[in-house]
Ligand binder design. Structure first.
Ligand SMILES: [Zn+2]
Length: 207
């Protein structure tokens, strides 16, 4: 049984440190709305890869994101909504990071999905919270929480990874607000290695 904490201040239960290397999904955003945007990879590359190809993929993502029990029923329509929601969130977060005006079409899309009946949190006798609702209601809830993130105080803490070709979005909750990488073990480490190689090259005698 997965405990779920998901409300005004959602907590992503799958942290960077516990991310399963076997999973194709990345949960480095610190917020499920940002993690959803990472289900289309290679955004800054010539070739992108769609990780939510079938309704079953979305069911798996919802479970790994801690939003649903494993094996949630997901329809083709839910999948289409997830794609629309994901791209709206990506456009809005990118605009917020760049300090640009939020694109109207993405605002309208996010609000339209959030206006659908939302899953509600329910506390169990064991003190655990779980979201009650079908896949459509979970996506509506996610849209609502995305709106709270994009319009709330953490908007100023939205970042895109500094990795050369990494488009992953995250909330920077570091004390100094200077987190640069989606993952220290991934992009952060690669940048360190690249910088070291560059330095060695620069130090090498020329001619
Ligand atoms: Zn990265």
């Amino acid at each position: 049984m997965h405990s779920i904490v998901f409300g005004v201040q959602p907590v992503n239960m799958v942290s960077m440190e516990t991310e399963s290397p076997k999973s194709i999904f990345r949960f480095r955003g610190g917020h499920p709305a940002l993690d959803l945007t990472a289900t289309l990879t290679g955004r800054l590359k010539a070739v992108q890869r769609e990780l939510l190809v079938t309704p079953a993929d979305l069911a798996q993502w919802l479970a790994q994101a801690g939003l649903a029990e494993a094996g949630a029923v997901v329809s083709q329509r839910d999948l289409a909504v997830a794609h629309s929601l994901r791209e709206a969130i990506y456009m809005l977060a990118s605009a917020a990071i760049a300090g640009k005006a939020l694109p109207d079409a993405s605002v309208d899309m996010l609000n339209a999905i959030a206006a659908c009946p939302q899953a509600v949190p329910e506390i169990g006798y064991d003190g655990r919270i779980r979201l009650v609702g079908n896949a459509g209601a979970l996506l509506a809830r996610l849209a609502g929480d995305a709106a709270l993130l994009l319009g709330g105080p953490e908007r100023a803490r939205l970042r895109q990874c500094d990795g050369a070709s990494c488009a992953i979005l995250f909330v920077d909750r570091s004390r100094r607000g200077d987190r640069r990488w989606c993952s220290m073990r991934g992009c952060g480490n690669k940048a360190k290695v690249d910088a070291f190689r560059g330095k060695k090259k620069a130090d090498a005698p020329t001619g």
